[in-house]
Design a protein around this ligand. Structure first.
Ligand code: SF4
Length: 67
């Protein structure tokens, strides 16, 4: 299953990802998104469309995670 990662330097804090997939994404006080550590692999798989909707492509899809 896909895993997701965020490149914080690319995030513009638009909020799309954590608005639509709050089980996977959250943000710091400045609005920059991060992946919730407790999110499950299936939840990350389901949130893959967020990577395509992110306006700055700050969300990376890791297709073959090692763990
Ligand atoms: S959709 Fe992209 S730019 Fe917007 S908050 Fe999420 S990671 Fe940041």
């Amino acid at each position: 299953m896909n895993r997701l990662d965020i490149i914080p330097e690319k995030c513009i804090a638009c909020g799309l990802c954590y608005l639509h997939y709050p089980e996977v994404f959250d943000c710091k006080d400045d609005g920059i998104a991060f992946i919730k550590k407790e999110s499950k692999p299936l939840q990350q798989e389901m949130a893959t469309p967020a990577a395509y909707r992110c306006p700055t492509r700050a969300i990376e899809i890791i297709e073959h995670p090692e763990n």
